[in-house]
Write a protein that binds this ligand. Structure first.
Ligand code: GCO
Ligand code: MG
Length: 412
C-alpha cells in the first residue's frame, strides 16, 4: 500500500511532544516519536517541510529502503534533528507493518527473548532523609532498580533532584524528570565538581547501608567530569557495586573513556545524546562502555538502534535505552518492543508520564513487579487522540544550564 498522508503533531500535555502520524491508502495508521527536548520545532520543520513531501506515494512496506533514502538522500547526515526525524518515520512504518501483519512489533523483530523488561526509576533528594523516602517510594511503586541523584552541600540546584518551589516556575518545585521548563528563558544552575566528588561516595555508602547489597543502584554524572575526575569517582564508588555510572564525561570526547577504564571497574553507560551507530563504533569496538544509552527516538529508529545493539552484542555490551519523560509514549513503546526482542537487553529507564500525556496517547504496555512489557496489540500498541492533543498547544521550553562559581558555563 502507498502512504497517503503524513502529519506532524506538536502537542504539550505535560511537556512538548513531536509525533509523526502516517496514514496508508487503505486507512492504516502508524505513529513515530520525534521529540527533541527543548528544540522541538526544529524537528517539526525538518519533517513537515522536507520529509513529509517525500513520503507521499511511497510503499509503506519498504522500511529499510525508506531509511536509506532519507539518510543518504539528504546528503547532510547525522545530528539530533535529522536522526529524530528519520526515527519517527522508521517507527511509524514498523507500527504499520505490525498492524498489517496483525502482530506486535516485537514479534516481527524475532519474538520475545524474555518475559519482561527490568526498568529503573529516578530517586532523588536534597539530603539523605529525602533521598531514602524517595527510594522507598519507588520501591512501593514496584521499581527493582533505582537511580540515585542527590543534592550537593553548598549548591542551590543540582541535576536530578527536585529543587525548591520557585517564582520563576509559578511557585512549583522543578523535578529532574521534567527538566525542560516551559518559559522564554532557560533556568541557570550552579555547579562545583570538587564538592560533588567529595559528597557522592558517602551518599552511596549510606544508601547501601540502608537498603542492603541486592538493590541495583545507578547514577548519572550528566557529562560533568573531566576524564581524570570520572576515573576518580568510578574508583571511589567501587565498594558500592553500582549497576552503572552514566555519562561520566562529555560524550564528544570518546578517548576520555580509555582513561576512565584504566582506573575503574565501575560499569559505564554512555550515549543518550549520540545519534548513530558510527557515534558508538569506537566505544563498542574498544569495549569502553558496558551499556548503550541510545534511544530509539534519537538514534534513527528501531532499524538503526537494532543494528547498533546487534554490534554491541558481539562485545557483551548491553542495552540501557534512554527513557525519561521527554521520550514520548510512542518512543517508549518502540524501546519496549526492541528491548523484548534483542538478546543483549540490559535495563530500561522508565519514568511515568503525567495524566494529561496518558490522555493524549492511549497505551497498551504493562508495568508489573518492576517489569515492563509492550503488550500484544498489533504494531506498537499506542494510539494518539488528536482531539485531546489539540487541547495542549506547544509552549516554548528550555533545559537548564550550569555556571561555575566564577561564572564559567559548564556542561549540563
Ligand atoms: C536521563 C537523562 C535525562 C536528560 C533529559 C534531557 O538519564 O534520563 O539524563 O534526564 O536530562 O533527557 O532532555
Ligand atoms: Mg542521563
Amino acid at each position: 500500500m502507498t502512504i497517503d498522508k503524513a502529519e506532524v503533531i506538536l502537542t504539550s500535555p505535560d511537556r512538548n511532544f513531536v509525533t509523526l502520524k502516517i496514514t496508508t491508502a487503505d486507512g492504516l495508521t502508524g505513529l513515530g516519536d520525534a521529540t527533541l527536548n527543548g528544540r522541538e520545532r526544529a524537528v517539526v520543520s525538518y519533517l513537515a517541510d522536507h520529509v513529509v513531501p517525500l513520503l507521499l506515494g511511497r510503499d509503506e512496506s519498504r522500511i529499510e529502503d525508506t531509511w536509506q533514502f532519507l539518510y543518504r538522500g539528504a546528503y547532510w547526515r547525522r545530528g539530533p534533528v535529522t536522526m529524530a526525524a528519520i526515527a519517527a518515520v522508521d517507527m511509524a512504518l514498523w507500527d504499520i507493518k505490525g498492524k498489517r501483519a496483525g502482530m506486535p512489533v516485537y514479534q516481527l523483530l524475532g519474538g520475545a527473548s524474555r518475559t519482561g523488561l527490568l526498568a529503573y526509576g529516578h530517586a532523588s533528594g536534597k539530603d539523605l532523609p529525602e533521598l531514602f523516602d524517595s527510594v522507598r517510594d519507588h520501591q512501593e511503586q514496584g521499581y527493582r532498580a533505582i537511580r540515585i541523584q542527590t543534592g550537593v552541600p553548598g549548591l542551590k540546584a543540582v541535576y536530578g533532584i527536585a529543587s525548591q518551589a520557585s517564582d520563576a516556575f509559578g511557585g512549583e518545585a522543578r523535578y529532574d524528570h521534567e527538566p525542560a521548563r516551559r518559559g522564554s528563558l532557560p533556568m541557570e544552575e550552579d555547579w562545583d565538581t570538587r564538592s560533588y566528588l567529595r559528597h557522592l561516595p558517602g551518599v552511596f555508602e549510606a544508601v547501601r547501608n540502608e537498603f542492603g547489597p541486592e538493590l541495583p543502584l545507578l547514577h548519572d554524572g550528566h557529562h560533568r567530569m573531566t576524564p581524570i575526575e570520572a576515573a576518580k569517582l568510578g574508583k571511589a564508588l567501587e565498594p558500592y557495586d553500582l549497576f552503572w555510572l552514566e555519562d561520566c564525561t562529555p560524550a564528544e570526547n570518546q578517548e576520555a573513556l580509555r582513561l576512565v577504564r584504566r582506573h575503574t571497574t565501575t560499569p559505564l553507560a554512555i550515549g543518550e545524546i549520540l545519534n548513530t551507530v558510527w557515534d558508538f563504533k569506537d566505544l563498542i569496538r574498544e569495549q569502553l562502555i558496558d551499556y548503550v544509552r541510545g534511544a530509539v527516538t534519537h538514534m534513527g529508529g528501531i532499524s538503526a538502534l537494532k543494528k547498533t545493539l546487534d554490534y554491541a552484542a558481539m562485545f557483551q555490551i548491553k542495552s540501557g535505552m534512554h527513557g525519561p519523560t521527554d521520550i514520548s509514549p510512542v518512543g517508549m513503546a518502540a524501546a519496549m518492543h526492541l528491548g523484548l526482542a534483542i538478546h543483549n537487553f540490559g535495563i530500561q529507564e522508565y519514568m511515568r508520564h503525567g495524566a494529561k500525556t496518558d490522555s493524549v496517547f492511549r497505551q497498551s504496555f504493562t508495568w508489573e513487579n518492576g517489569m515492563l512489557h509492550p503488550g500484544d496489540e498489533p504494531g506498537l500498541g499506542v494510539e494518539l487522540d488528536v482531539d485531546e492533543a489539540g487541547k495542549y498547544p506547544y509552549e516554548q521550553a528550555y533545559l537548564p544550564y550550569n555556571r561555575l562559581a566564577d561564572g564559567t558555563v559548564h556542561d549540563w
